[in-house]
Design a protein around this ligand. Sequence first.
Ligand code: ZN
Length: 71
Amino acid sequence: MPLYDFVCGKCGHAFEALVMGGGQPVCPKCRSTELVKQMSTFAARTGGGGGAEGGGSKCAGCTGRSCRTCR
Ligand SMILES: [Zn+2]
């Protein structure tokens, strides 16, 4: 379902619009077509961060899992 979030570049009104077949959505408030397409809510969770945590069995004394205590 091609449902997108738009923010009007003229009045700042935020709304959702269905975009089918290259149709041009218009702002329901001021009827402007200067719309800024927002990233959809699906893409809201960006995979940034990158803390590679969660091995679990790593001791503080070594960097790998090579010492006798971390096994
Ligand atoms: Zn508008």
